[in-house]
Ligand binder design. Structure first.
Ligand code: GLU
Length: 470
């Protein structure tokens, strides 16, 4: 298989959508290109005393809004093209969900499992140090977050390094998101991307007309779904879809996949994998040794939640799912997408569907700048108002509400409630917006093209209002 250039794929999708807009060519070119790329090579002292050189990148795709925002990936496959493509997707993603940031992405080219915890800490701190030195990080400049192979632990090392190296200590913790709650993180960030994927799929499944076109019933309940990737995004997407009534029929990881048309219990599979160090041989399920074949299983919704370029023109003709929900970034190549759409399938595009992570990162950043937990000022006030209202109704009617019901009704929102409701509102509204754009084009364009049209228009407006373009 010839190498698929990821940034080129993103730009092909961009060009398809740009053709439906009326912006000057120069402006479109400015939106499309990647503004700055910082390529670093630095030495890492391994635990055994040997020195290894490590390659890393940070790409800032668009500075039309500041800070720029995007995750940091640790994987052996990281390369400059990938980082630039992912940074570009971040720009469009933020625009689609109205998060006021430009797009960025970082990556360190390492097979993470080959490194000890202390090596990973040295590596992460050194990377953060290099970013600080070149002004590629800061609360108003560039705010990293977790991505494939990184999590709250890496983010807290980055925050700590930034804090130690700079003197803007009051806002220092807004230099990175996805931190542990004790380090200024926000409740709900860990599960945010998967939760957003669920909201997006649910919204799509609620549309009676679209479901009819796909030959499926309305609603997520009862739909059979296959998930590729049991990382943070895949796990939480599967969890919320299952809780919403979806039936998890297959799970694919790099060591293989398991399939049970009657359904798999997600948490039991996770426990099994932890114990056996493999997903295979799960009781009652069929093993699929070649994990990629799981993508071709009979199901309603296929959720690729791992890496890019998983569905290509080679395997696209064998995909049976009617809906492909791109939880990962770039899992379907441009050629494959065309084939799937021609076959009457629906693709919910990555730059919309996995935008829940950055949406909640935005909430975390706001929390860090305001130095107050969401809900702290109004939770008790809300409860008291609800209580007053119920007491007044009780007095007027002469009837009183049973204590257990009262307890359920009188609840002020805490941080998690507010984060989740902000995320739900964002995902639902953005979906309706994209769908409307598609409807305005007589449903002849894909949801991805509609999402790109939306993003291009929003970024273009910012450039025009900056006075850079007429
Ligand atoms: N890495 C995530 C993404 O690709 C989150 C980025 C962020 O929160 O800044 O969307």
């Amino acid at each position: 298989m010839s190498k698929i250039r990821f940034f080129e794929q993103v730009n092909r999708n961009f060009d398809d959508a740009a053709a439906y807009t009326k912006h000057p060519t120069g402006l479109l070119e400015q939106i499309k290109i990647c503004n700055s790329v910082y390529h670093i090579t630095f030495p890492l002292k391994r635990d055994d005393g040997t020195i290894q050189t490590v390659e890393a990148w940070r790409a800032e795709h668009s500075h039309h809004k500041l800070p720029v925002k995007g995750g940091i990936r640790y994987a052996a496959s990281v390369n400059e093209d990938e980082v630039m493509a992912l940074a570009a997707l971040m720009t469009y993603k933020c625009a689609i969900v109205d998060v006021p940031f430009g797009g960025a992405k970082g990556g360190i080219k390492i097979a993470k499992w080959q490194y000890s915890d202390s090596e990973l800490e040295r590596l992460t701190r050194r990377y953060a140090f290099e970013l600080v030195r070149k002004n590629f990080i800061g609360p108003g400049i560039d705010v990293p977050a977790p991505d494939y192979g990184t999590g709250a632990r890496e983010m807290s090392w980055i925050a700590d390094t930034y804090n130690a190296m700079t003197d803007h200590s009051l806002e220092a913790f807004a230099c990175v998101t996805g931190k542990p709650v004790s380090q200024g993180g926000v409740r709900g960030r860990t599960e945010a991307t998967g939760q957003g994927v669920f909201f997006g799929i649910r919204e799509a499944c609620e549309n009676a007309l679209d479901m009819k076109t796909l030959g499926m019933g309305v609603g997520i309940a009862g739909k059979r779904f296959v998930i590729q990737g049991l990382g943070n995004v895949g796990y939480y997407a599967a969890k919320f879809i299952q809780e919403g009534g979806g039936i998890l029929v297959a799970l694919a990881e790099y060591e293989g996949a398991i399939y049970n048309p009657k359904g798999l219990d997600l948490d039991k599979v996770v426990a099994h994998r932890k114990e056996r160090e493999s997903i295979l041989n799960y009781p009652g399920a069929t093993n699929i040794e070649n994990s990629a074949e799981a993508l071709e299983l009979d199901c309603d919704i296929l959720v690729p939640a791992a890496l890019e370029n998983q569905i290509t023109k080679e395997n696209a003709p064998r995909i049976k799912a009617r809906m492909i929900a791109e939880a990962a970034n770039g899992p379907v190549t441009a050629d494959a997408a065309k084939m799937l759409l021609d076959a009457g399938k629906m693709i919910i595009p990555d730059m919309y569907l996995n935008a829940g992570g950055v949406t909640v990162s935005y909430f975390e950043w706001l929390k860090n700048l305001s130095h107050v937990r969401f809900g702290r000022m109004n939770k008790r006030f809300e409860e008291n108002s609800q209580q007053r209202l119920i007491t007044a109704v009780e007095q007027m009617t002469g009837k009183s509400l049973p204590a257990d019901i009262m307890k359920k009704v009188v609840t002020g929102a805490d941080e998690l409630d507010l984060v989740n409701s902000g995320l739900e509102e964002t995902m639902c509204e953005a979906y309706q917006n994209i769908r409307e754009i598609r409807a305005r084009h007589n449903n002849e364009i894909s949801l991805r093209t509609a999402a790109f049209i939306d993003a291009i228009n929003k970024v273009a407006v910012t450039y025009m209002e900056l006075g850079i373009f007429p």
